[in-house]
Unconditional design. Sequence first.
Length: 118
Amino acid sequence: MKAGINLALKGVSLNDAVKELYNIIPYAFYAETAYKQALALVNGNKVEIKKRWIACRGNKADNGNRGIKFHVFQDHVEVKVKDPWGKWVHGKAYLGKEYLPLLSELEELSRTRRVMVL
């Protein structure tokens, strides 16, 4: 993200930024997502980041994101993230109860291959 933010601050075009980020993130789809996330963070010449996050977007053909999967339970979310060697790393996320219905809806949408814009 740091490289994407630096490019966004310089006002680099999307195509040029993706080419530059491809050296760091060797998959154009992810490089584009990282740059779009960086653009959303840049406000003039100031960037404010309060917490870490994973920048990703899903793909219809993959029923969501091929590298991140989750399942919503009553009190937490089970998260699976694929590491660079293709193995799944499992974890649990305990979020506020107000976020669980939204995540359940996203999980259902990934199965039905419909698109939801937040």
